[in-house]
Design a protein around this ligand. Structure first.
Ligand code: AMP
Length: 429
């Protein structure tokens, strides 16, 4: 069994680790991978965004499974190209990935399907967008419709901020093509929850709910990042809430995608806002989230490989189930100095000795010309501790993340603080 993993971050390291745990004899090939994944398999220097290069690699390697990690190759049609070459792939078509790559498409689809979400209107004209923002009143959310690497959403406390965000996107082109169309969106109040589901387009296998921490600084302050940590499970994500989300959010969305000639298979990720009126969708992603994946997968006791293969091969998910550990997982991201604006690349790293219940997933790491481990991106590691209580998982995750030697490293020691304040997170046995 050979599996090709497309991507080279912490998410892909966690996917590779879990697939190999499920089937120790599996041969992992990663493009481009990273030094952490290289310890589990073979890394090939083909960029995840190089659709033709990945198709060539897959045609040569003939994997039984390709798992696409990041959103950009999905939006560029990598899954379609692989399917045309008759290579089994876990990941949606370009048309279905629009649920993530076009916020305007996602909004229209949700409106038609009656999926609960914030009211929003799309604009290409700045003056009209500003009028709409005034009608909604502050706070209001301005979003670039296209893929903007997690930076295209601005929550505006005042009309002056909303005007500036609209001008940046529509008038000054600061977000490139992603910002040529904007959504002016109603602000939703509540706690956020990340809910992943493996799906063949009709059957939905929801995963354990997680919560991530997007802000750079402790207490959820400072600039937005790709994510500074995550934890799972979240007590707010009860079985009843998840079942409700499957019925009112996932299934109608999948039906609507099918009706739009864009059937979705792969991993559908709903970012939910738990409002006073119930869960509402903040956004959909068409792939595993990062760093939630690094928190969730170590708690998955049943196989990930089996359902993923069932989706990729087209045999379907009927009869498949996921089984979870009763423990808690906390993931602390170790970021490079200067992250998120200008992360320092090439800084040397020294890792502490490995420990049993703590996974150090590599994200932005590389080997320099002398073979030494150095930083190559903003988020450098995702350190996941698994323990019987949330408190113990938090302590262990922060301790091991703190023991990584990296000059100017940034990390939050408060991952999971909301759950701790709720008094949840005791042993679930
Ligand atoms: P997104 O990229 O759409 O997930 O948005 C990034 C972040 O912006 C979300 O995780 C929320 O914290 C915030 N956000 C987006 N849309 C809204 C909204 N309508 N109301 C409140 N916060 C929002």
């Amino acid at each position: 069994m050979r599996a090709l993993i497309v991507g080279g971050g912490g998410r892909e390291h966690a996917l590779a680790w879990k697939l190999q745990k499920d089937q120790p004899s599996i041969e992992i090939v990663a493009a481009p991978g990273n030094p952490g994944i290289a310890a589990l398999g073979r890394c090939v220097p083909v960029s995840a965004d190089d659709v033709a290069g990945i198709v060539r690699l897959a045609t040569n390697e003939k994997p039984q499974l390709v798992v696409i990690g990041p959103e950009a190759p999905l939006a560029a049609g990598l899954a379609d190209a692989l399917r045309s070459a008759e290579i089994p792939v876990f990941g949606p078509s370009r048309a279905a990935a629009r649920i993530e790559s076009s916020k305007a498409f996602a909004k229209a689809l949700m409106r038609e399907a009656g999926v609960p979400t914030a009211r929003a209107t799309r604009f290409v004209d700045a003056a009209a967008a500003k009028r709409s923002a005034r009608e909604l009143g502050a706070p209001v959310v301005i979003k670039a419709s296209g893929l903007a690497a997690g930076k295209g959403v601005i929550v505006c406390e005042t009309m002056a901020e909303a005007d500036a965000a609209i001008d940046a996107m529509l008038t000054n082109d600061s977000f490139g093509t992603a910002g040529r169309e904007v959504l002016v969106e109603e602000f939703m109040e509540g706690e956020e929850l990340s809910l992943f589901a493996i799906t063949d387009g009709t059957t939905v296998l929801p995963m354990l709910a997680a919560q991530d921490h997007k802000r750079l600084l402790e207490g959820d302050r400072g600039p937005n990042t790709g994510g500074m940590g995550a934890y799972a499970p979240v007590s707010l994500g009860s079985e009843a809430l998840v079942a409700d989300a499957v019925d009112r959010i996932f299934l109608p969305t999948l039906d609507a995608l099918r009706s739009a000639n864009a059937p979705f298979s792969g991993l559908l990720y709903a970012g939910l806002m738990l409002t006073a009126q119930g869960p509402r969708v903040v956004e959909f992603n068409a792939r595993f989230g990062d760093p939630e994946t690094e928190a969730i997968l170590p708690l998955l006791e049943s196989s990930l490989l089996e359902p993923v293969l069932a989706v990729a091969s087209g045999s379907g998910l009927a009869g498949h189930e996921l089984r979870w550990s009763s423990k808690h997982a906390v993931t602390t991201v170790v970021a490079a100095s200067g992250y998120p604006d200008a992360p320092r690349k090439g800084a040397s790293i020294k890792l502490p000795p490995p420990e049993g219940n703590v996974h150090v997933f590599h994200a932005g790491t590389a080997l320099d010309s002398a073979g030494k481990l150095v930083t190559s991106g903003g988020r450098v590691f995702a350190v996941t501790a698994v323990a019987a209580t949330l408190d113990a998982a938090r302590r262990e995750s922060a301790r091991v993340a703190g023991a990584i030697e990296l000059e100017g490293k940034q990390l939050r020691r408060d991952i999971g603080w909301r759950e701790q304040e709720r008094g949840a997170g005791a042993s679930r046995n």
